[in-house]
Design a binder for this molecule. Structure first.
Ligand SMILES: [Zn+2]
Length: 309
């Protein structure tokens, strides 16, 4: 039997962290004509760029194209180094701020040698996210839209919940033939449809928990975090807070929830939860990744009380 995905190689970047799991997954797709495509070159680490060049040499292919799923600092920055070393053209979402040679054709195709990957506009984790589909390997390259393990952070203002949920629904609807998922972090997902269904269900469940909590009266985000994520590690609470903010912003826009600022200033615990100072908590490279993933450059200055309307 011919292995339908033997033309795809995973090169994992040496940037493990709670945010990036075992590291960023970069993929080398052999185009079948002596050229290759790299999806998500990863962080700007020389060692990792060398590993990508080495993977191409081993397969006797020339990296001609670079495509990024989204612009976060653990996915995109190596593009420039890799392009410089190979002359490859960089493709990104039209709304991306990443320096590039061309825009990806949203809901069109991206050619990798003799192969044609479908490109799906996939807003949610960021608003400039795409997912690629390789119909030969029947695999989805999902970046941070779906990971190999755990769930994804959707944090405003870079990310938005309803677009994210619509993206998941589209993946379920438009790729019935997908067998596997190759996410931006974590292991290969061997049951694509089950994973997408699990992600859709998880979001609905969290939103229901939020609704149930608000049913008991108006609450602030720190109160809601304690209630809904009480048994989650405290280190993850700032991420949980931003996650709830994403739901609350959606519910507010849909007039299901109303918002009123509290008259008192936030206390130290509330401030640390809502506006964590990553630079004092983790090293500088990781701080940049966490900041981007959680959108914490966007400061929450007012303590709001949320109420069902
Ligand atoms: Zn990301």
């Amino acid at each position: 039997m011919v292995n339908a995905d033997a033309h795809i190689a995973l090169v994992r970047a040496p940037n493990p962290s709670p945010m990036t799991l075992s590291g960023t997954n970069s993929y080398l797709v052999d185009g079948g004509n002596g050229t290759a495509l790299v999806i998500d070159p990863g962080p700007a680490l020389e060692q990792h760029v060398d590993a990508l060049l080495q993977a191409a040499r081993e397969r006797d292919v020339r990296i001609e194209t670079i495509a990024i799923t989204h612009g976060h600092p653990d996915h995109a920055p190596a593009s420039a180094m890799l392009s410089q070393a190979t002359g490859a053209r960089i493709y990104a979402h039209p709304a991306s701020s990443v320096p590039r040679d061309a825009n990806l054709a949203l809901d069109g195709v991206l050619h990798a040698g003799t192969r044609a990957l479908r490109v799906m506009d996939a807003p949610g984790h960021t608003l400039e996210h795409v997912v690629f589909y390789d119909p030969i390997a029947q695999t989805l390259f999902t970046g941070d839209t779906i990971l190999g393990e755990g769930t994804v952070v959707i944090a405003p203002p870079g990310g938005a919940m309803r677009p994210y949920q619509r993206t998941l629904e589209r993946l379920a609807r438009e790729f019935p033939d997908a067998q596997t998922i190759r996410g931006g972090h974590g292991p290969l997902v061997t049951d694509a449809r089950a994973k997408i269904a699990e992600y859709i269900a998880h979001r609905k469940e969290r939103e229901q928990q939020l609704f149930d909590a608000l049913g008991d009266g108006p609450q602030t985000i720190p109160e809601l975090v304690q209630r809904i994520y009480g048994d989650t590690k405290r280190a993850l609470w700032p991420a949980a807070a931003r996650q709830l903010l994403a739901y609350l912003e959606a519910l507010e826009a849909e007039s299901h929830v109303s918002v009123r600022p509290l008259a008192r200033p936030m206390n130290e615990d509330e401030r640390a939860l809502l506006n964590p100072d990553w630079a004092t908590l983790v090293d500088r490279d990781l701080a940049a990744v966490v900041e981007a993933e959680l959108g914490t450059a966007y400061r929450i200055d007012v303590l709001n009380r949320y109420e069902l309307s």
